[in-house]
Design a protein. Sequence first.
Length: 108
Amino acid sequence: MPNKYIGKWRITEMEQWDKDFIDLVVPGHIALKKNRLGSFQFGAVAGEIDYRIERIGDLERLEFTWEGQDDNDPACGRGWAVVDGKELHGRLYFHLGDESWFKATKVS
């Protein structure tokens, strides 16, 4: 079964941060590779992703943990995402901190 999550996704919207912050350093994005690894960046937050695709009943979703930095301070957390039509919808959690839903569109 093909992995529909693989590729680069452009973050278009987040619950906690506006578009100017999402694209502060580089265009906000999530990149997922075949080897269950990936990366993301939005604002001053960047992280490396370790993901698994989980099936819960009829629902398939990508579950991940991440480790990286928030404005050069160490940061880590977890999250999940689902493909909804042509978009990736999910939620990103900072360990002991903020959380936000996000939307992204596939760019490659």
